[in-house]
Design a binder for this molecule. Structure first.
Ligand code: PLP
Length: 395
């Protein structure tokens, strides 16, 4: 089809040209004496982006799922009690992994469209005076439902209960896009991947760990090889890896980190809020609702848009793809057919978001939705033209 294919799934995201060019290099020797000139500053840049001043960041040639696994294996022991919650496909998958690892999982099931139940976590932590719970897990941004959760609140619940459990956070679709502060929120293991806020292809699992997670590692009894912190530390300290690293991805990541640092994290977060608000204005104007039940759950990286009961969201996605060369995100598992998703994270601006909104609008109209042409696009445009690009606040 002529013209660009527009990618508005919530990861992989669009890759900036600078990042793509940085990866277009010949293969290099990952044991060359000058290789650490790339890797050592890269580890520092990543720690800066996670706001991790006490621990370190590990980079695995895996996807985000690998970093989930690395976090469990390196800090916990078989049979450990952990507290988790499930309210979407990705929080479900992390629970499933923990169960398959043989952890004793206390899982709180919540309605899809809501997020981490901070009050329930607080009650459970207060009641656990023997400190049997070894780790508390929280999915910061549930990509399947477009729900962001209050990680600061989870830390407060731990502190109020004077509880030493580790705080494990899935930030795969939040870190590098919306507010995240590992130091201030006391996050012990922060999991991410390369293909969302970091604007790269999939292929790197990124795990940022606190000093307390590194201490817990000394007591953790799972056996591990590929994801072993020891093996990583022994080689990373010299600027190398225990096995063949994905050198092109590291080159790209270096440039992506520079771009995020140059823009400024607060500006990155404000940009995502502004773009997401434009999408939410369109959804209101269409007379539709988000899967996220309340504004406090609204995600600034992905909107899961509910279609009326007599419609199938897959038709909207299919028309967008086959007729308008545009990829929208599908509904996963329980919400398949009920939602389509617009990913609005990464290397993105107003014009791109307006394209996503206009293609969604055209596809809905063609599938018989009762929507006035231009209504959603108009609402998004009105938002963008009445707010500033930098702060995201109304002029
Ligand atoms: N967690 C969340 C919130 C995700 O959105 C995803 C992927 O979309 C994952 C975990 C799994 O990451 P990956 O597909 O990189 O393994």
């Amino acid at each position: 089809m002529p013209g660009y294919n527009h990618l508005f799934i919530p990861g992989p995201t669009n890759i900036p040209e600078e990042v793509r060019m940085a990866m277009n290099v010949s293969m290099q020797d990952m044991r060359a004496p000058d290789f650490p000139e790339l890797t050592k500053p890269l580890f520092e840049k990543l720690a800066k982006l996670f706001r991790n001043s006490t621990g370190r960041v590990f980079l695995y040639p895996s996807s985000g799922t690998g970093a989930w696994e690395a976090a469990i294996q390196n800090t916990l022991s078989p049979g450990d009690k952990v507290l988790m919650s499930r309210f979407g496909q990705f929080s479900h998958l992390w629970v499933d992994m923990a169960q398959r690892f043989g952890l004793d999982v206390d899982v709180i099931d919540c309605e899809w469209g809501t997020g981490v139940p901070v009050e329930k976590y607080a009650e459970k932590l207060k009641a656990d005076s023997a400190h049997e719970i070894k780790a508390v897990f929280a999915t910061h941004n549930e990509t399947a439902t477009g729900v962001s959760s209050d990680i600061k609140g989870v830390r407060r619940a731990l502190d109020d209960a004077n509880h030493p459990a580790l705080l494990m956070v899935d930030g795969v679709s939040s870190i590098g896009s919306i507010e995240f502060d590992q130091d201030a929120w006391g996050v012990d293991c922060a999991v991410s991947g390369s293909q969302k806020g970091f604007m790269l292809p999939a292929g790197l699992g990124i795990l940022s760990v606190s000093k307390w997670a590194l201490d817990a590692h000394k007591r953790a009894e799972y056996s591990r090889t590929f994801f072993s912190f020891e093996d990583m530390i022994a080689t990373n300290d010299q600027g190398f890896f225990p096995y063949t690293p994905a050198t092109q991805l590291l080159r790209g990541l270096d440039v992506a980190c520079d771009m995020l640092i140059d823009e400024g994290l607060e500006n990155v977060w404000a940009r995502h809020n502004r773009l997401a608000t434009g999408v939410r204005k369109a959804v209101d104007a269409w007379g539709l609702s988000l899967c996220a039940k309340e504004p406090k759950w609204h995600s600034d990286t992905v909107s899961a848009i509910m279609v009326p009961e007599d419609k199938d969201a897959r038709d909207v996605i299919s028309t967008a793809y086959s007729k308008y060369n545009t990829s929208l995100g599908t509904g996963l598992s329980k919400v398949m057919g009920k939602v389509f998703r617009i990913g609005h994270l990464g290397w993105l601006n107003e014009g791109m978001v307006t394209t996503a909104v206009s293609v969604a609008e055209m596809s809905m109209i063609e599938n018989g939705f009762d929507i006035k042409a231009g209504s959603g696009v108009g609402a998004a445009i009105e938002h963008f033209t009445s707010t500033t690009a930098q702060s995201g606040k109304a002029i």
